[in-house]
Design a protein around this ligand. Structure first.
Ligand SMILES: O=C(O)CCC(=O)C(=O)O
Length: 326
């Protein structure tokens, strides 16, 4: 088979450059916590006649799941077609043809080597640079099972130095996440000077910052865009699960899985179908990029004080969210 020829450089994704609010919306578009209220119970027939769903809906769904399973088994025949690869200095064309277009995750090493942040971003450096500027973060997460679903309830503000002290203490209670990016643009602007940009894969749009302590945890979910994670400080454990496994993941509420944490035996006891599914684990360390394609489930746990950016402004269209059936 002929290898695809080189791809001419494409312009930045129209409309998204620099607009953090838009980027945040694109990640989990259509998010509306009201949609997560318990579903209405079936009403007695006399309440109101509702049209019945077509009789073959569940069979159509089973056939689609059969197809996803069969295709996944077929991909597993070849290490070229499946698995989580690590690549060094991947070119634009390789990234497009082998990962972005097929929707396959990859860890990329070496692309952040010239970022000053890699050597600078310790908790002390960050606290001294940003000082007492007020920042927004997610707080009060301990003891709240739905902190990602009910993001707005957990918005908190504090001087940055105080937030860094919380993060340094560790735990999952306080986490500055991508969701806080728009609010923090001005306060955290001085950090931009320490960042490079992986132009081979991304248009020039700002990333969304995550800062948290050891134990910060983002539960199992997928995003409605392709995402590039750029790890700057510390290490994160990430579990990735292909979209073909969705039916094992109690996917009922928006982009979240009721399993919440696939490594928690108590949750697995509640959702045994999630026990033996196909999954990949990766440990991100400073300087690693991780490409997570749209629809791939992931959960993330910080092993230590950690800083990371996520980018959605790729050189190619990234608009799956526009047709997501909510
Ligand atoms: O780093 C994290 O805690 C979560 C990152 C994530 O899930 C995402 O960017 O979609």
């Amino acid at each position: 088979m002929k290898k695809p020829g080189p791809t001419p450089p494409l312009p930045a994704l129209p409309g998204t450059g620099g607009d953090l609010r838009l980027q945040m919306a694109l990640r989990q578009i259509g998010f509306d916590p009201r949609q997560t209220e318990p579903r209405a119970q079936p009403q007695p027939r006399q309440a109101k006649a509702q049209p019945l769903p077509p009789a073959d809906d569940s069979r159509a769904l089973k056939r689609r799941e059969w197809l996803l399973d069969t295709m996944e088994r077929q991909r597993a025949l070849s290490p070229y077609a499946s698995g989580l690869l690590t690549a060094e200095n991947l070119s634009t064309d390789q990234f497009l043809h082998e990962f972005y277009a097929p929707g396959r995750p990859v860890v990329i090493k070496g692309a952040m080597a010239d970022w000053p942040a890699l050597a600078r971003w310790t908790p002390d450096y960050l606290a001294d640079l940003i000082g007492e500027a007020l920042v927004e973060f997610q707080g009060g997460r301990d003891g709240a099972g739905d902190y990602e679903l009910m993001k707005d309830r957990h918005r908190r503000r504090a001087p940055f130095r105080q937030f860094i002290a919380l993060a340094r203490d560790g735990g999952n209670d306080a986490y500055l996440t991508a969701y806080n990016s728009a609010a923090n643009g001005a306060a955290l602007a001085p950090l931009q000077a320490d960042l490079g940009h992986p132009d081979a894969y991304l248009a020039r749009a700002p990333g969304m910052l995550w800062i948290g302590g050891a134990g910060a945890f983002t539960p199992l979910h997928f995003d409605l865009t392709n995402n590039m994670l750029a790890q700057v400080t510390g290490a994160k454990q990430i579990i990735l699960i292909p979209p073909s496994q969705t039916r094992h993941l109690a996917h009922d509420r928006h982009v979240f899985s009721d399993v919440h944490d696939i490594t928690d035996p108590e949750r697995i006891a509640l959702y045994p179908a999630a026990r033996d599914l196909l999954r990949y684990e990766v440990r991100l360390t400073p300087g690693d990029l991780l490409f997570i394609p749209i629809g791939w489930w992931h959960q993330v746990r910080s092993e230590s004080f950690s800083t990371m950016l996520t980018y959605t402004g790729f050189r190619w269209p990234n608009a799956g969210h526009e047709t997501y059936p909510g």
